[in-house]
Write a protein that binds this ligand. Structure first.
Ligand code: 13P
Length: 249
């Protein structure tokens, strides 16, 4: 049985004042839900997030981390630093990092290994662009993105989370239909099974891309959709909690 995971990706949003209200509201509403909740905040707000969520049922995490241990990597944040602030999760390979920061799937695989070495749970993102979908290459693209990660951390696959985020659905209001998403999730699970059949049963595969309270019920009802990676709707406590509510059986 895979416990539903509802993860918020705040992206580059927030400030001390608005974060305080959002964190407080998520914390207060979290008790009512059986899903696991996590907020992935900008790195400068990890201390604030830790203080606000400590000893609550809500976990927190970061949106990226370095593939390196320490040293001359200006601007980078190390896994060890995320652990200092008690992060449980770290998003890796988000399409915005792939497209705007030139991250390759090999980079994402190295980061995944580094995250696991520090006891962090990586949320590894994959997903095709609109042009790739229209060209019929969705499954090929997603498999190519995931394969380096599977090879790099083959013996630790059960400790990762995967997020399928079709690029064309991110922040656009266009959501993959539950059937479209399920098809790709099932494919990802098959790929996992080919690498490690036991891990395939436990690894949670999240859907991301314009997930909102009104489409979450149908998406989360799909057999291979084990949660959501939520962008815009994670910035409103009521919407984020309503998505968690939508996952209740
Ligand atoms: P939106 O929910 O705003 O489409 O963002 C999805 C996403 O990129 C989460 O990582």
């Amino acid at each position: 049985m895979r416990r539903t995971l509802i993860a918020g990706n705040w992206k580059m949003n927030g400030d001390l004042v608005t974060n305080a209200a959002l964190l407080q509201a998520v914390r207060a509403g979290a008790q009512a839900h059986s899903a696991e909740l996590v907020v992935c905040v900008p790195a400068p707000y990890l201390a604030q997030t830790q203080a606000a969520l400590e000893s609550s049922s809500v976990a927190w995490g970061a949106q990226d981390m370095s593939a390196h241990e320490a040293g001359a990597y200006t601007g980078e944040v190390a896994g060890r630093m995320l652990k200092d602030f008690a992060c449980r999760y770290v998003i890796l390979g988000h399409s915005e990092r792939r497209s705007m920061h030139g991250e390759s799937s090999a980079d994402v695989a190295k980061k995944t290994k580094q995250a696991l070495a520090h006891g962090l749970t990586p949320i590894v993102c994959v997903g095709e662009t609109l042009a790739e979908r229209e060209a019929g290459s969705t499954s090929h693209v997603v498999q190519e993105q995931l394969q380096p990660v599977l090879s790099e951390v083959l013996d630790q696959l059960k400790h990762i989370v995967i997020a399928y985020e079709p690029v064309w659905a991110i922040g656009t209001g266009k959501t993959a239909t539950p059937e479209m998403a399920q098809e790709v999730h099932a494919l990802i699970r098959q790929q996992l099974a080919a690498a490690d059949s036991a891990a395939a049963n436990v690894v949670r595969i999240l859907y991301g891309g314009s997930m909102k309270p009104d489409n979450a019920v149908d998406l989360l009802a799909m057999p291979d959709i084990d949660g959501g990676l939520i962008g815009g709707a994670a910035l409103k406590a009521a919407d984020f909690l309503a998505i968690a509510q939508a996952s209740q059986p």
